[in-house]
Ligand binder design. Structure first.
Ligand code: GLY
Ligand code: MN
Ligand code: MN
Length: 456
């Protein structure tokens, strides 16, 4: 709350940059897409154990977070379309418990769900099955998704259905649906509805994502001057930069790839030595207010590009900048990808590659130009790449070239180099807004940042 964490939240905000009113508007927009008498069930994530008593850092189910702003484990949210123009918001949360809170710190509790998160009805998660049963009995249609199990929350439901076989909360809810004789045809996936909302960011979301991009971009420019000796040291330096700048954590496990390790597109071991004379490729970003930055940059370990490194880098950079200018309302990811192959074909010819389109798009540039970005790194994946982009969409633009070692089809000077340049771009009519602009990328700026001449 603003009262307890004024350094993170302004008055009226539930999460950084997003007000209680906006959370209400999101739920109202979802309800507007649901038929009268239907309910949407959202199952929050639980703590997952790593080994023994050690658990992984908690990460909320992004759809649950998007509609509630509630960031504690083991909770359930139900949005009931109760009248034509209104909805009822039910929340079930872990109750206050003095003994547990003495160890783990304060919980929101049932009263907090009402007072802070604006639930119309709230209860103890232990009581959710009986209560949900009543809601299901009256529901004309049920929207819900099936997440991965097994889960502890499932335990609360096994008692209610008298059946311990089901490993996931969703499986137990399915049993309840059967018990209350809701026809299978009345149960529909919720994700398509929520993703269609999440795909178009509000002004407040764009501002939060700009903050994620600004902090992350500055951290990356700063880290390039830190003279790290190993990939692991650079990985830690980036994470430190994101958190020191105000991000909650890294948005994903980063790629920190020296030399030929960059040829593996999802290289995440990050445990090798960085060698003088090599390039290092990083793909990293911080998370702010739940929203992700997703940035790739490459720089010379010793701070100066060789002629060949510069030529390949400029080919990727020219392609990436040309594509960013084409991120306008009405284009599509599919069209941008097709254009990326054509621009690359032209660029690499200038530096001596003679390859077919097939070799270009299967060997040198085997991945897609980008994806939607938001609460997930690969956000709203149900959104077709063919549909026109609209203002409020946020996408990445991330062309890359990966020249295999020991392959005589390619000029020798470039073999073994892997490069990708990735920025986060908000669609804004015909004026794309680069959210990650603080991560330097022009050759002169990258060299200056590496040598601490430029203080980003
Ligand atoms: N960091 C994952 C991606 O760029 O898609
Ligand atoms: Mn990335
Ligand atoms: Mn990406």
């Amino acid at each position: 709350m603003h009262e307890t964490h004024p350094h993170l939240l302004k008055s009226g905000e539930i999460t950084p940059g997003i007000s209680a009113l906006e959370y209400h508007e999101r739920r109202a927009a979802l309800a507007a897409k649901m038929p009268l008498g239907s309910i949407a069930i959202l199952v929050g994530n639980e703590i997952k154990t790593r080994s023994g008593a050690v658990f992984y850092e908690f990460h909320q189910n992004p759809d649950f977070y998007y509609l509630t702003g509630f960031n504690e484990p083991t909770a359930l949210a139900i949005i009931e379309k109760s009248t034509d123009d209104d909805y009822t918001f039910h929340m079930f949360v872990q109750p206050k418990n003095e003994r547990i809170e003495l160890w783990e710190g304060p919980r929101t509790g049932v009263q907090g769900a009402l007072d802070v998160f604006n639930a119309d009805e709230a209860g103890d998660i232990d009581h959710a099955p009986v209560y949900l049963g009543r809601l299901l009995k009256g529901a004309k249609q049920v929207f819900m998704d099936y997440g991965p199990g097994p889960s502890k929350l499932a335990g609360f439901f096994s008692a209610a259905v008298g059946n311990a076989r089901h490993a996931t909360t969703e499986a137990h809810i399915t049993e309840l649906i059967k018990k209350y004789k809701i026809p299978a045809s009345a149960v529909k996936p919720l994700a398509p509805l929520v993703q269609s909302l999440r795909a178009v960011k509000s002004a407040a979301e764009i501002a939060v994502m700009r903050t994620a991009g600004r902090i992350s971009g500055r951290a990356i420019s700063w880290a390039s001057g830190e003279k790290c000796k190993t990939e692991r040291e650079l990985d830690a330096t980036l994470d430190y930069g994101f958190r020191r700048g105000g991000c909650e954590k890294s948005a994903y496990v980063p790629v920190v790839a020296g030399g030929t390790n960059a040829l593996a597109i999802h290289y995440t071991r990050n445990d090798n030595v960085l060698h003088d004379g090599d390039l290092v490729l990083i793909d990293a970003g911080g998370q702010y207010g739940g929203y992700c930055a997703d940035i790739s940059r490459a720089w010379p370990v010793n701070g100066r590009f060789t002629a060949a490194q510069r030529d390949l880098y400029e080919a990727v950079l020219s392609t990436q900048k040309a594509l960013i200018n084409r991120v306008v309302a009405g284009t599509s990811l599919e069209s941008l990808h097709a254009q990326s192959v054509e621009i690359f074909a032209h660029e690499i010819k200038q530096i001596g590659f003679e390859v077919s389109r097939a070799v270009l798009s299967e060997v040198l540039y085997p991945h897609y130009v980008g994806h939607h970005l938001g609460l997930d790194v690969h956000d709203v994946p149900l959104t077709s790449r063919r549909i026109p982009l609209v203002s409020g969409n946020v996408i990445t633009i991330e062309p890359g070239l990966y020249v295999p070692e020991n392959d005589s089809r390619f000029p020798e000077a470039f073999r073994g180099m892997g490069l990708r340049i990735e920025d986060n771009v908000a669609v804004n009519g015909h004026n794309p807004v680069v959210l990650s602009v603080e991560a330097v990328k022009e050759v002169v700026d990258v060299e200056a940042a590496c040598q601490r001449i430029l203080q980003a």
